[in-house]
Design a protein. Structure first.
Length: 329
């Protein structure tokens, strides 16, 4: 069982009564030693498995953030005049801390499970600009500038409309000329997400994902940038969004920016038949996509030769997003 530090609430004694060593309370020295020992034990548990070590360090960071939020919440509770309100506030802070720790555990478990498939090596793909080509013509994800893919479906919040616009714009990332794709999501006739994605194809036919600028929108105003990352910035690495040669069981990172963008894909089928409003297709690729950042974000995606993505089906709720139109300039 994973050891966690138990944090005291307010009013549990005074550090000055515990004695000091070199100006520091003994309690703080002991607490610091426990923290160091905890982290050392975790790092050692990963051994030479750098994938597992990454999972453990990410979990340490997550738990430290939860504890920090808990202590800050207690500080706010301290300033409530009414004693009953203070108690309620502290109880809520404790409940939020427990929920946060549960989330951290779940994320670590998902990363550990991914490591079982990915192996022990660090994720550090070599990006050689000379090995990339100008066009993205992978049959399962052709991204020709001037094409717009239009999808309709149902989200938990209401009707969903998505447009994937392959623009004529490019961006150089790590020396690679990437195609810019404008992805917009509209729910209940209101713009919810406005994203720019950057892709490039290597000489073998793999399509790489080099980053995104993602904006969350509410009532016409930008309210968040969650999920934004760029390969080569702050430790972020490009991932493969579509393989050149798919095989059932293939498992790979689509993106990698620790605690920001960590989508995985696994190939589940190569000969799927799919019918959507745009048409009926055969010999389609089926993947399952997951992320440790949101354990409820699990979906099947279907990519058909010569078209690309035609169907997304969310597994927790069963909602679908279907291709309804392909526009060309």
């Amino acid at each position: 069982m994973k050891t966690r530090l138990q944090w005291e609430g307010p009013g549990r004694g005074d550090d000055r009564s515990q004695g000091t060593v070199g100006g520091l309370s003994r309690k703080r020295l002991v607490l610091g030693a426990v923290v160091v020992l905890l982290f050392a034990n975790r790092a050692g548990a990963g051994g030479g498995n750098l994938c597992r070590q990454t999972a453990k360090h990410a979990a340490d960071s997550c738990e430290a953030g939860v504890r920090s939020d808990y202590l800050l919440a207690l500080g706010k509770c301290d300033n409530l005049r009414d004693a009953a309100n203070r108690r309620t506030c502290r109880q809520q802070a404790s409940a939020d801390q427990e929920e946060g720790m549960t989330t951290c555990d779940g994320q670590e478990g998902a990363r550990e499970a991914a490591c079982q498939k990915l192996g022990a090596a660090p994720y550090d793909p070599v990006i050689d600009p000379a090995r990339f080509v100008a066009a993205i013509d992978n049959p399962y994800l052709p991204l020709t500038p001037g094409i717009t893919f239009v999808y309709d479906g149902q989200a938990p919040e209401g009707p969903e409309h998505r447009e994937l616009i392959v623009t004529h714009k490019t961006r150089d990332i790590l020396g690679v000329r990437c195609v810019e794709v404008h992805d917009i999501v509209i729910i209940n006739d209101e713009l919810e997400e406005d994203t720019l994605d950057w892709f490039a194809q290597d000489v073998d036919g793999n399509v790489w994902y080099f980053g995104e600028n993602s904006k969350q929108v509410s009532e016409g105003r930008i309210v968040g940038l969650e999920g934004t990352w760029t390969a080569g910035v702050d430790g972020a690495k490009a991932g493969i969004i579509m393989e050149a040669h798919n095989a059932v069981g293939d498992f790979y990172r689509q993106e990698f920016s620790l605690d920001t963008a960590e989508d995985f894909a696994e190939v589940q089928g190569l000969a799927e038949s799919v019918t959507v409003p745009y048409g009926s297709f055969s010999q389609c690729l089926k993947t399952i996509e997951t992320t440790p950042l949101n354990l409820n974000d699990v979906s099947n995606k279907f990519y058909c030769p010569g078209i690309g993505e035609v169907l997304t089906r969310d597994l927790p709720g069963g909602e679908s997003l279907e291709l309804v139109e392909v526009r060309t300039e």
